[in-house]
Each structure stands twice: as structure tokens, then as C-alpha cells.
Ligand binder design. Sequence first.
Ligand code: OGA
Ligand code: MN
Length: 290
Amino acid sequence: MSPQIEPFEGAIGAAVNNVDLSQDLSAVDRKTLVDAWNKHSVLVFREQEMTSDQFLRFSRYFGDLEIHVLEQYLHREHPEILVVSNILKDGKNVGIPDAGRYWHTDLSYLAKPSRGSILYALEIPEEGGETLGNTLWASTAAAYEALPEDKQQKLLGLTAEYSLGNRFNKLAGDGTKHIKMSEDQKSKTPPVTHPIVRTHPITGRKSILVNEGHTTHIHGLPEEESRGLLEELWTHCTKPEFTYRHVWQPGDVVMWDNVPTQHLAICDYALPQRRLLHRTTLTGDRPYLA
Ligand code: OGA
Ligand code: MN
């Protein structure tokens, strides 16, 4: 048995068949998966059943794991696992209730955004036979490559500010109940500067890094022009031709390359519809443009 990679039709994603992630994989199979991850950006594994230790072992094939700054949502025994869930226990959220209702790139508000993340679905909401709480991924590399050359050139010299506070301010502005950050969490996440376009450390492909969730403004442009350009880029990146929509089933594992992608969680469910996923996060390097 060795993993079979079946690319999706669009610009992003592949299904991986014929692999049991609860087992320790051979070096050859691991390389197949690492190469597929770099090539297709999103990998989908169906019908998996793993313990948390097995999930962690699988996650470490792709790099070092990082522990999320929102420590109130970490798995009790395995802090490398971030619990993503709307479930309450004793009136408190057992996990982060909203991991991404804006298009975003994970941890792009840190100096070193993550290299990738892996979600393992345990409970998925549904209503009348329809699955809720889908997740979308967009290839920001395909989006960059589709821009006219003069536009690409214009973006290359620009940098922007990214912040986690931006996301929570946005949620508050929308009237959504938002997560309270402690002073310590705030001090660990000061705004950072990154280029607007970054280069992939393995493939060398360029991709658009600015995202609706975390980017506050482009440096050196008047506010109105910055806002206009950001909105234009966000709309462009998330066009259907660059995206893949995942309809979850319990037992699904989806891993993504966080460098050339953005993603969005569709928050169209509410308790008593329960959603529970475990996430691991791979450490990354400082974005650069080469
Ligand atoms: C995440 C995330 C999306 C989802 O875990 O980084 O954005 O659908 N999750 O839960
Ligand atoms: Mn995310």
C-alpha cells in the first residue's frame, strides 16, 4: 500500500488515497506526501482514524510543531493540538469557536507565519442531510500568476502591516462575539511588517500574502489607495477559479501549505449543531521576496 495522489481539477488541491495515517509511514511514502503538499498546496485524506499521538507523529513528518498563542484553546494533554470547536463545557468554549470567518493565512500576524496546518475532523455539523461548516482554500500563487505583468511589478516593492488585533476589531465591528486577548497575548502579537508578495521557500513560486483577516494597511500609500488595492487583491485571490471548497466528513484530514494559500471557514451553523476539529501547526520562516 502506498499513497496515491489524485489532483483536483482546479488550481489547488489533491486527494490522497490508499494511506492509513494511524500507521508510521516509510521514508518513501513521507517524501511522496511532502512533495504532493508542496505541489498541490492542499491535501485531503478521507476516512482516517487516529489517536492524538498518531496525529502528532503524522504532523511531525512535515516539520516542527508550534504551540498557539491562544493557550485557552489548546488540547489539555497535547498543547501542540489546537482545538477548533463551537462546543461548550460548563459554559466555556472547549476550543477556538471561530478559527477563520475572514479569508486569512494562518499566523500571518507573526514575524514567522506558520508553514502549514493540519486539521483532523471529529464532529461536523449538518442539517437536513446538508453538511455545514465547509472550509475554502484559495491558491494565492495561481492568483498572483494570473495578474497582468505591470500589476505584478507594482506589487513587488510594497510591504504591509499585519496584526491579530485587526481580526478581533473586525469581528467586534460586525457585532460578532469576539475572543478576548489577555495583555500577555497582546504583547506577544505586536503588528508586523511583511511583503505583499512572498516567494515560496521550496517551489520558488510567488504568491500574494495580504489577506482580509490580518492585513491592516499597505505602507507608504494614502489610506484610501491602500484600502482600494487591498480589497482588489482580496477579491482577486478568492475568485472561484483559484479556490477549493471542502465539505467535511468526520475522519477527514486536510493539510495545507500556508505559504501560497489563504482559507476561509464558513460559519453557517450553531449549537446544538456541533463542530470539533483538532489542528496542528507547522512552524515557518519569515516571509521574503526573491
Ligand atoms: C484554522 C482554520 C478553518 C475551519 O484552523 O486555521 O482557519 O473551517 N480553520 O475551521
Ligand atoms: Mn486558519
